[in-house]
Design a protein around this ligand. Structure first.
Ligand code: MF3
Ligand code: CO
Ligand code: CO
Length: 271
């Protein structure tokens, strides 16, 4: 039996959830964000990304929740950890973080059947100047997109707001990966592109749940996937950053499910 049968589908195949479903998304989103709050102190030079992932696995278990990524298409970790020129889907491992490394940590949890998906940038040690600008622009780009979320606007409006801002800062938006609908499932229609033209794409309606998760490169936008079939890197080896929130469309705007309970902003510095 399909567990995602509530509500209706639009003609673009996008599910419209009910008002009471927002509470489920808030619970899942808050846990994912709380895990990112708690992981900040574990990010420092000499630490391995594998150890960070182990701690995240424990945090998910202790909360009585389920990791959405362990077992997803064969993926075996509770997080993706993408360091420096890794764009996304970095696999946690034995490599030690170095002073000045920047990393995206992406966590998706399932609470009572609802999915909470969020990622943020972290820094091991001292944040290099050009990385600081990249991280700031990427976070601001995410919020330019979020500001466009309200009934009647289109997904193209979101992508356009992100793209024009990033390019005005002489950085580039990755085209090879996008945000996605979520809710009772991890990845659902629509593809949420982080570039586009105003007024194009599906029209936003109250009750849509999706992620916005722009990846921004200091250099060119092209990526390639490594032989492990997961790790995506910038082709030109330039630094890349990403932030992700899970959001819902309300009657007059947006509800962000994955805001930091600790009021932490970006980047989350440590040591
Ligand atoms: N959390 C990622 C996203 O934002 C997906 C990770 S899938 C994994 O959609 F298998 F790589 F973990
Ligand atoms: Co996502
Ligand atoms: Co994610």
């Amino acid at each position: 039996m399909n567990k995602d049968l509530r509500g209706r589908l639009t003609r673009d195949g996008i599910r419209i959830y009910e008002t009471e479903d927002f509470a489920g998304m808030h619970k899942a989103g808050e846990l994912a964000a709380r895990i990112l709050d708690g992981i900040a102190e574990h990010v420092f030079p000499g630490q391995t990304t594998g150890e960070i992932d182990q701690i995240i696995t424990k945090m998910v278990e202790e909360a009585g929740a389920t990791s959405a990524t362990i077992g997803y298409k064969g993926y075996q970790h509770a997080s993706c950890i993408s360091v420096n020129h890794v764009v996304c889907h970095g696999i946690p491992g034995d490599k030690k973080l170095k002073d000045g490394d920047i990393l995206n940590i992406d966590v998706t949890v399932i609470v009572d059947g609802w999915f909470g998906d969020t990622s943020r940038m972290f820094v091991a040690g001292k944040l290099p100047r050009k990385a600081e600008r990249l991280i700031q622009v990427t976070h601001d780009a995410l919020f330019k997109g979020i500001e466009m979320v309200k009934p009647g606007n289109t997904f193209g409006d979101i992508g356009h707001a992100i793209q024009t801002y990033v390019e005005s800062q002489r950085m580039s938006v990755v085209r090879d990966f996008c945000g996605h609908g979520l809710g009772r499932v991890f990845h659902a229609p629509p593809n949420v592109l982080h570039y586009g033209r105003p007024g194009t794409g599906a029209v936003l309606e109250e009750g849509m749940f999706f992620t916005i998760e722009p990846m921004v490169n200091l250099g060119r936008p092209e990526t390639k996937t490594l032989a492990d079939d997961w790790t995506a890197v910038t082709r030109d080896k330039s630094l890349s950053a990403q932030f992700e929130h899970s959001v819902g469309v309300t009657s007059d705007g947006v509800d962000i499910f994955t805001l930091s309970p600790g009021g932490l902003f970006h980047p989350t510095y440590s040591s």
